[in-house]
Design a protein around this ligand. Structure first.
Ligand code: HEM
Length: 163
């Protein structure tokens, strides 16, 4: 059996990055944030500074890994889903939502003055990020489980036979 090793590596990188970044965001939105609110302001600010300093590296590295593995996954899937409008519509929507998530995550760990207003409402934006991530994971899971519809696979096989 020929194992497509690059496909396996790319899938591992993509899923592991999603687990790490989405899991970390859920933890911050629903566990760390509310717990830190119970500390005094000075301690809370200190903790936030330390957490953001470290989390920023995960966010920037994770965006790079998502883009690399995601583009690779998509390139691998395009020939298998030729003429499959639902697949491309869903994956296109997912990619746009993912870019929105990358923007939110970067703004929350960044230092740009333009996004200070968002950082002042960190808890709200983090929950919105988690909601968008849930939609992205839902779409990704759906297209994976749905697989390649028989009609699309037959058309691809017929096209390959005439080449
Ligand atoms: C917030 C960022 C993202 C999250 C949480 C995410 C999550 C996921 C998950 C959970 C899967 C299913 C993996 C599996 O079962 O093997 C997946 C697959 C995939 N992702 Fe992402 N992803 C993100 C960003 C991206 C980006 C930026 C791209 C493209 C540039 C992308 C392209 C894909 C493709 C093409 C697949 C395979 C779909 C298929 O099965 O046909 N993803 N993603």
């Amino acid at each position: 059996m020929d194992v497509p090793i690059l496909d396996v590596i790319s899938r591992f990188v993509h899923v592991f990055t999603a687990i790490t970044l989405v899991g970390g965001s859920v933890f911050m939105a629903f566990v760390l944030g509310p717990s830190a609110n119970e500390l005094g302001e000075e301690a809370h600010n200190k903790l936030r500074e330390q957490v953001v300093k470290r989390w920023k590296k995960f966010v920037h590295g994770g965006i790079g890994l998502f883009l690399l593995s995601g583009v690779y996954n998509y390139m691998a899937m395009i020939p298998k889903h030729k003429g499959d409008g639902l697949y491309h519509g869903l994956v296109g929507t997912k990619i746009i939502l993912a870019l929105g998530i990358f923007f939110l995550a970067s703004a929350l760990v960044g230092r740009s003055k333009a996004f200070e207003g968002m950082r002042a409402q960190r808890a709200k934006w983090l929950k919105i990020l988690v909601l968008l991530a849930a939609v992205v994971v839902g779409i990704s899971g759906f297209v994976k489980v749905r697989g390649i519809p028989a009609k699309v696979a037959e058309a691809a096989a017929a096209a390959a036979a005439t080449e």
